[in-house]
Write a protein that binds this ligand. Structure first.
Ligand SMILES: C[S@@+](CC[C@H](N)C(=O)[O-])C[C@H]1O[C@@H](n2cnc3c(N)ncnc32)[C@H](O)[C@@H]1O
Length: 207
């Protein structure tokens, strides 16, 4: 189902490894702006009403800051220290109040179970080992209230290996449908040029 082939060696994916990628400078995943799909969503007629949102693997937090600017009460989580520090500085500069957690997403529950109306996903699902995807779905289900929604930009590229580990709409459906209703799962029309044709926007609601 995934673009990962069984023989692909998986590189180290712990907090020190991600921190090293940040320390090396210019992390290639960092758009320096919110994902265009989130801008379309929050500026559109079907924009979700502001509520409590958790940004998973938030990195430097361009998406988290954008949701906070739009009135969401945002918790942003990343286990690497420097992006959290960068996000803290950006939030202060913009006089935005975000709850920042330097923590492994898989250790958020049970403490934060049922605390969120929304989870925000953008290149975290593709950053974790694909063997953890079922656990990721269970985590999101546990974090959300009933009827809570995952708002996600999935990286649906088809290259082997990773990170970023690609996925497919079929895999997203297969993983999420046991716990969620798929409200939307569609190609992103306004991806940045390097990701054109390789992203799907998903809005999935917890049952
Ligand atoms: C590809 S980056 C994406 C960052 C951000 N979402 C963005 O789009 O710029 C993946 C991020 O997830 C974080 N991450 C990966 N696995 C994680 C885990 N298990 N718990 C917390 N953060 C994690 C990494 O430190 C990194 O900042």
């Amino acid at each position: 189902m995934t673009a990962q082939t069984p023989s692909s060696p998986t590189p180290p994916l712990g907090p020190d490894d991600w921190e090293q990628r940040y320390q090396e400078g210019n992390p290639r995943w960092d758009l320096g702006q919110p994902a265009p799909a989130f801008q379309t969503l929050l500026n559109g007629v079907d924009a979700p009403l502001p509520g409590r949102a958790i940004a998973l693997g938030a990195g430097r937090g361009h998406d988290a800051l954008f949701f906070a600017q739009q009135g969401f009460e945002v918790t942003a989580v990343d286990f690497a220290p420097s992006p959290i520090q960068s996000l803290r500085e950006q939030a202060q500069a913009q006089q935005l109040s975000l709850n920042l957690l330097r923590q492994d997403i898989f250790e958020l529950t049970p403490d934060l179970a049922g605390q969120f109306d929304y989870a925000i996903e953008h290149t975290c699902f593709c950053a974790i080992d694909p063997s953890l995807r079922t656990a990721y779905v269970a985590l999101v289900a546990e974090l959300l209230v009933p009827d809570g929604e995952l708002l996600a930009v999935f990286f649906t590229h088809q290259r082997s290996g990773g990170p970023p580990f690609g996925t497919t709409p079929a895999e997203v459906r297969q993983l999420f449908e046991p716990h969620f209703d798929i409200v939307t799962l569609e190609p992103v029309a306004n991806s940045v040029s390097a990701r054109q044709g390789e992203e799907h926007f998903g809005r999935v609601k917890k049952r």
